[in-house]
Structure formats: structure tokens, C-alpha cells
Design a protein around this ligand. Structure first.
Ligand code: FES
Length: 71
């Protein structure tokens, strides 16, 4: 089954001062539509802007206090 044919369903969970957790079957792409390989399992998207592995969280948010957290 190709990426265009697979069913997309996911839960997106916001956390206070941390990453955005995505659980489920997702396709991730850059703003121009270029696909971003998604690791198996839950995906953690950086919401603080400090990760060195963007768009994924690398734990750097633990070193800072977000000025404007999502929640
Ligand atoms: S949210 Fe974890 S490094 Fe940004």
C-alpha cells in the first residue's frame, strides 16, 4: 500500500512546555510537501524551537522555560 492509499488516523496531544506527541498512522511533510521520514512508534514534534533534530524533539525543551508554551 502506498502512502497515498493508507488510512490516516492519529491522536495529536499537546503538552505544557514539551513536545507535540503524535500517536497513530501519519504522514509528515515539509511546507513544500517534501515527505519527512517518520520513525516507528510515537512521534514527538518540537514545540520549543530548540531541538537540534527538528522537526523532532531532542529533549532540549527540558533545559529552558518556554516563554509562550502551547498550553
Ligand atoms: S519540544 Fe522538545 S526540544 Fe523542543
Amino acid at each position: 500500500m502506498s502512502n497515498n492509499q493508507r488510512s490516516i488516523s492519529a491522536e495529536v496531544r499537546l503538552s505544557k512546555g514539551g513536545p507535540i506527541k503524535i500517536t497513530g498512522n501519519v504522514i509528515l511533510a515539509k511546507s513544500d510537501g517534501t515527505p519527512i521520514p517518520v520513525p516507528e512508534g510515537d512521534v514527538y514534534i518540537c514545540a520549543c524551537g530548540r531541538s537540534k533534530k527538528k522537526p523532532f524533539c531532542d529533549g532540549s525543551h527540558k533545559q529552558v522555560v518556554m516563554e509562550r508554551p502551547l498550553l
